[in-house]
Design a protein around this ligand. Structure first.
Ligand code: C2E
Ligand code: MG
Ligand code: MG
Length: 289
């Protein structure tokens, strides 16, 4: 029908562009108020270690509750914050908030080896990032290896020289580095071997056919083996079914993160989750722990 009625199509297209631009503009404007108005929170999604069913780490994910629009997904506002330069301030807020939370869990006697935060591409062009991270860690008396930094493949590969310099400085600081959304971009395996990455996070989209497709299973098995040979641990993201867990366990995958074990939780809920360590009890039979 687009071809039959090109004028109509372009009108609709234009209307959509206008709506999108307006939405972009409104989100961009509201972001300024969001930090001041304490509209952001962090939630925490457990990562479960397959060898023993323990939760020893988690990923902090930002949430925005807008006073009129309600919840706005980070998948929508993070790219906008990247474009208009507000990601720096938001990124700093995430870093400080996550580390303070980790500090407070530790003070309560809860043990968590690593807490991960997501870094976006624009943050990786900031020369003083390593310095700021170091300052934040030392002001709370936290060791650098408690902080894990998740960086997406696409950003890493966009400017490989600049990002490997920055990653090296973060690595030297002692932070753990994870390559996020692996399998969705165009990374060269040769670069992967050169970057100081500790963990490879296999994207959910790679794992959707795991149960039905022997080709997919074979590919994942080889990716896990390759990662291990490069000295990296593997996290499978977005796992929703028990069968996926069992297959991944058999393939020696190190960690599972997904709704099958837990959705992202509020800080209070995650504190309770750590205390109870419910996965270990529920999964003893499957995980051989
Ligand atoms: P990501 O870092 O790859 O995070 C994983 C996303 O998958 C999260 O979405 C999480 O809620 C979702 N997820 C986890 N388990 C499952 C599952 O079993 N099934 C499905 N369908 N989804 C699952 P979320 O929280 O909406 O975040 C989306 C993206 O926004 C993140 O992808 C990350 O790239 C970005 N993001 C989130 N928080 C931050 C932040 O603090 N800073 C930056 N720079 N980016 C962030
Ligand atoms: Mg992530
Ligand atoms: Mg991801």
């Amino acid at each position: 029908h687009n071809l039959a009625n090109p004028a109509g199509f372009y009108l609709r297209f234009e209307a959509e562009m206008v709506t999108q631009k307006r939405q972009h503009f409104e989100i961009s404007n509201s972001l300024y108020a969001a930090l001041e108005g304490q509209e952001f929170t962090l939630c925490y999604q457990p990562k479960i270690r397959l060898s023993d069913g323990f939760c020893d780490s988690a990923e902090a994910l930002i949430r925005w509750h807008h006073p009129t629009y309600g919840a706005i997904s980070p998948a929508v506002f993070i790219p906008i914050a990247e474009q208009d330069g507000q990601i720096q301030a938001i990124g700093d807020w995430v870093l400080q908030h996550a580390l303070r939370q980790l500090h407070s869990w530790r003070a309560q006697g809860l043990s968590l080896a690593h807490l991960a935060i997501n870094l976006s591409g624009r943050q990786l062009t900031d020369d003083r990032l390593a310095e700021r991270i170091a300052g934040c860690l030392s002001s709370l008396g936290l060791q650098a290896d408690t902080l894990e930094l998740e960086v997406t493949e696409t950003f890493l590969m966009a400017d490989i020289d600049a990002s490997s310099r920055l990653l090296s400085s973060l690595h030297q600081l002692g932070c753990q580095l994870a390559m996020d959304d692996f399998g969705t971009g165009y990374s060269s395996l040769a670069y992967l071997a050169k970057l100081p990455v500790n963990k490879l996070k296999l994207d959910r989209s790679l794992l959707l056919d795991l149960e039905d497709s022997p080709q997919c299973a074979s590919m994942i098995r080889h990716m896990i083996r390759m990662a291990h040979e490069l000295g990296m641990q593997v996290v499978a993201e977005g796992i929703e079914s028990v069968n996926q867990v069992l297959l991944l366990r058999e393939m020696q995958c190190d960690y599972i993160q997904g709704y099958v074990f837990s959705k992202p939780l509020s800080s209070l809920e995650f504190g309770r989750f750590l205390t109870a360590q419910p996965i270990r009890q529920q999964w003893e039979e499957y995980l051989n722990v």
